[in-house]
Design a protein around this ligand. Structure first.
Ligand SMILES: [Zn+2]
Length: 66
């Protein structure tokens, strides 16, 4: 039996946030630990960029969803 306590990675404090696109004003919900670039669904503007931890948010954060 492997000791799973040594295997589990502590869950990061990750959240979903509502971000407004600075280019077209569209709001969409994104993951704040995004590991891929997140683009606006309307105009394709970059909203978040992965940094290895918490994503760098390039749009305007409207609301943090718990
Ligand atoms: Zn947009």
């Amino acid at each position: 039996m492997p000791n799973f306590r040594n295997v589990l990675i502590p869950a990061p404090k990750s959240r979903f946030i509502r971000v407004r696109c600075n280019q077209c004003g569209n709001e969409q919900v994104i993951f704040d630990h995004a590991t891929v670039e997140v683009r606006c669904l309307v105009c394709g503007n970059l909203l978040a960029r992965p940094t290895g931890g918490r994503a760098e948010i390039l749009g305007t954060v409207v609301k943090v969803l718990e």
